[in-house]
Every structure is written in structure tokens, then in C-alpha cells.
Design a protein around this ligand. Structure first.
Ligand SMILES: Cc1cc2nc3c(=O)[nH]c(=O)nc-3n(C[C@H](O)[C@H](O)[C@H](O)COP(=O)(O)O)c2cc1C
Length: 209
């Protein structure tokens, strides 16, 4: 009897550890529980810039691709901003204050695309610095533009207004705002990681497309 009780206690402990371990390692199901109601017609490009180690914006871009298809078009800097976070902030602030448009690697032509998803982390209340450079050479004229952003708690700021200003001859749809997560939050299953975030993406797609 005593042995059985000890065995049961050990089993219960193992089960608890497994649950806690899963939670801490962030291995949640990220499967959406909402279904896409209709696939949009037309060729789709998903243009995005994502900088941090956890790649919040890239994750949202991949969810969009998972549900509507299309081509992922990452915007990449010629020389990335330095890590860690404090140094990134300092380097970006310098560019932000000086209005610098940092060099980016060539982006493939978007001529053949009808719908362009455009994603960015929020930096100082608007889109990230490399997207200024992207807009220098890409007007997105005549396209349907679906903007999305991830942020660290401050919300989308001027992001959507600034996207509208940057592509005045595009049809800019209502955008998606998602709370990002840092590395610790990601481990705890907060921010862009839980299936609720993917659901938010699908609900947005259903609403705007
Ligand atoms: C230079 C810099 C500026 C930022 N500015 C803001 C901000 O103004 N408001 C906010 O909510 N989050 C801000 N953040 C947090 C990022 O928007 C957030 O972590 C985002 O999800 C990162 O996306 P990524 O993983 O795709 O790079 C900033 C981060 C950096 C590195």
C-alpha cells in the first residue's frame, strides 16, 4: 500500500513537471482554432522586417503565409543592427534621430503581386528604420496593402498612418496589431506565441480580405 502511494506520488510529480516544463519551454500548440473563411484571389507577397532574436514579426508573417499562401519577402539590412537589446536601441535611436535610411539588400520586384502584406516591429512609434529604405524604391502603386505590426506594449502608434502616407496610391486595408514578446515572455507563453495570436491573425484575414 505504502509503495503504491509513493509510486502514485512520483507519477503525479512527473506529470506536473512535464506540464510546467512544456509551459516554460514555450512549446504550446500554435495551431489556430479559427478557420479562414475564404482565400483571396490574386498573387500575394508578404513583405516584412523582423529584427529581434525572437522574430515576432517573422512569426506573424509565417502565420499569414500558412493561411493565405503567397511568397515571403523578408527585408534584410546590409549590415544588421548590433545585439544585445541595449545596443540595438542605441544604434536605431541614432538613425531615427538623424533620419537615416540604412542600406538594405535588394528586394525582389513586387510588380506581379496584387496583394502585399507589409509587416514591421514598432520602433519609436512607427515602422522600423529599414522600411524607410524599402519605401524609397517601392511605392506599391495600385496594390492592395495589408499592414501588420508587432509591438512591445506601446501599440501601433503612427504605423498605419505612416504606411498610408508611404504608399498613397495603394488601397491600404485595416491593419493588424499584435503584442510581441521578449525571450522571457516567449518562454512563459506570452505575447506572439500562443494559439490566440494565430487566431487573431486568421480573424483579421477573415475581416479585411
Ligand atoms: C529600436 C526599438 C524600438 C522600439 N520601439 C518600440 C515602441 O515605440 N513601442 C513599442 O511598443 N515597442 C517598441 N519596441 C519593441 C518591438 O516593437 C517589439 O519587441 C517587436 O515585437 C519586435 O519585433 P521583431 O521580433 O520582429 O523584431 C522597440 C524595439 C526596438 C528594438
Amino acid at each position: 500500500m505504502k509503495t503504491t502511494l509513493i509510486l502514485l506520488a512520483i507519477l503525479a510529480l512527473v506529470a506536473l513537471c512535464a506540464i510546467a516544463g512544456c509551459r516554460l519551454s514555450g512549446k504550446h500548440s500554435t495551431e489556430a482554432t479559427v478557420a479562414l473563411t475564404a482565400k483571396p484571389s490574386g498573387r500575394i507577397a508578404i513583405v516584412y522586417y523582423s529584427q529581434s532574436q525572437v522574430q515576432n514579426t517573422a512569426l506573424v508573417a509565417k502565420w499569414i503565409q500558412k493561411h493565405v499562401g503567397g511568397d515571403l519577402v523578408p527585408v534584410e539590412m546590409v549590415e544588421s543592427y548590433p545585439e544585445p537589446y541595449g545596443e540595438t536601441l542605441r544604434a536605431v535611436k541614432k538613425h531615427h534621430d538623424a533620419g537615416t535610411h540604412p542600406p538594405i539588400k535588394p528586394v525582389p520586384s513586387l510588380d506581379g503581386y496584387d496583394i502585399v502584406f507589409l509587416g514591421s516591429p514598432i520602433w519609436y512609434g512607427t515602422y522600423a528604420q529599414p522600411l524607410y529604405t524599402f519605401f524609397d524604391s517601392t511605392a506599391l502603386e495600385g496594390k492592395i496593402v495589408a499592414p501588420f505590426c508587432t509591438h512591445g506594449g506601446g501599440g501601433a502608434g503612427k504605423f498605419f498612418d505612416d504606411v498610408r502616407k508611404a504608399c498613397p496610391n495603394a488601397k491600404v486595408l485595416d491593419g493588424l496589431t499584435i503584442r510581441g514578446s521578449n525571450q522571457i515572455e516567449r518562454r512563459l507563453g506570452m505575447g506572439v506565441t500562443a494559439h490566440s495570436s494565430e487566431d487573431a491573425v486568421v480573424e483579421w484575414l477573415n475581416r479585411v480580405l
